[in-house]
Design a protein around this ligand. Structure first.
Ligand SMILES: [Zn+2]
Length: 399
């Protein structure tokens, strides 16, 4: 079987090589073979002009611009020995979109100067739904958090949320599954959001759930703001725990600032959060059950779960605890996230794909950032539009 030689991987790592889509597919296949040692990655993340170097275990892969990436691109290793039928239909498909952050306010910019298009984001969402509706391209869609922006005037929060939801409701070919983001919680209380976003967990207070769209596949929706300084009532234990953690880890008076924090410690800012103990126990149980049912699992969370796929200041506080649980079970094939607007991608030490999706909010007028994922028995194909990069994510169907 042809693939990327292991010494080449190490050499490329030393050169801070960003792997191409074809290389990543080959590496992904290699990672599923025995005796494969995943090299250390070392890459530079450019986020809004600031440069961070991140090291750890995994392989950093560069998503390819859409248009350049088509289904005809060589998926090197598997196609050589096991050619797929030319027109294999996906088992099912789902739409993906994140960080719409709509507000009826003038364009602005992030605190690092990246332009933000608050009104245009609604148009991108409309184009996404229209695109998915065409030819009934998807069976459902997943919205990965932050549907409205924190700058939305408070009295307009509810109308803004309703406006975004009415766009999603135009999806004619299936349900939209939502995820809580920090900007949602800046606008409305958690309980109200849980109801508006139709979380199956409602009227329970928590915002995590799972669903099974096809007998052999399960989706796990995590709440990255379970332990958080935002979104809980003043006296809630999870809010108190979050405030205590930020006090210990972040010396700045503005807890949204990572100033002075180094590397992964930058994640201890108020706009991030963590997964609580009860949710970890629940996750463990769901994954155990998925293994028993021989299901492949896709985990979705607003906050990225792997440092190789995101800037460290957009990383889940206890990402390592969540990954520990995920790695105990041989069923998770991919983790999807939003929150880090530039997007990212890494394959971790267990061969799990971590894809952080590009944000709608930063699409200049006329451009888009949404996609759909075709699910096959041995790979997920993300087909992105404009600013959302396409990628094939191979997995071993035999596990
Ligand atoms: Zn966010």
């Amino acid at each position: 079987m042809e693939g990327v030689p292991k010494d080449k991987i190490l050499e490329d790592k030393a050169l801070r090589h960003q792997f191409t889509r074809a290389e990543s597919a080959a590496i992904s296949q290699e990672a599923m073979n025995d005796n494969f040692v995943v090299p250390l990655y070392s890459h530079i993340v450019h986020t809004s002009g600031k440069e961070n170097t991140v090291t750890g275990t995994g392989i950093r892969c560069a998503p390819q611009p859409s248009g350049a990436a088509t289904l005809q691109d060589p998926v090197v290793a598997p196609l050589k020995s096991l050619p797929l039928p030319a027109a294999e239909a996906p088992i099912f498909s789902f739409g993906v979109i994140t960080d719409v952050q709509y507000a009826d306010i003038a364009d602005g910019q992030s605190f690092r100067g990246v332009p933000r298009y608050y009104r245009h984001s609604l148009q991108v969402l409309r184009r996404a739904v229209n695109h998915w509706n065409q030819k009934r391209l998807v069976n459902f869609a997943v919205q990965l958090g932050d549907i409205v922006d924190g700058f939305c005037p408070k009295e307009e929060s509810l109308p803004a949320v309703m406006k975004v939801l009415s766009e999603f409701n135009s999806l004619q070919c299936g349900t939209v599954y939502h995820i809580l983001g920090n900007h949602c919680l800046y606008n409305l209380p958690r309980n109200q959001l849980n109801k508006l976003l139709k979380f199956p967990s409602w009227p329970n207070a928590h915002s995590y759930y799972d669903f099974t769209p096809s007998p052999n596949f399960r989706f796990v929706i995590l709440d990255g703001y379970d332990v958080s300084a935002i979104g809980w009532p003043e006296e809630h234990a999870h809010r108190k725990a979050a405030i205590e953690l930020l006090k210990q880890k972040n010396p700045n008076s503005d807890k949204n600032s990572p100033d002075g924090l180094i590397g992964e410690e930058c994640r201890f800012v108020k706009f991030n959060g963590g997964v609580g103990e009860d949710q970890l126990i629940w996750l463990n149980q769901v994954l155990k059950d998925a293994v028993a049912c021989r299901q492949k699992v896709i985990v979705c969370c607003h906050i990225p779960l792997h440092p190789g796929a995101t800037s460290p200041n957009a990383l889940l506080w206890n990402y390592n605890e969540v990954l520990d649980v995920i790695h105990q079970h041989n069923c998770v094939i991919a983790c999807l996230a939003g929150h880090d607007h530039t997007g990212g991608y890494v394959i971790d030490s267990h061969g799990i794909h971590h894809r952080v999706l590009e944000a709608v909010l930063e699409c200049p007028p006329g451009t888009n950032a949404f996609g759909h994922i075709d699910v096959f028995h041995d790979k997920l194909s993300l087909i992105g539009n404009d600013r959302m990069a396409s990628v094939d994510m191979a997995f071993d169907p035999s596990h």
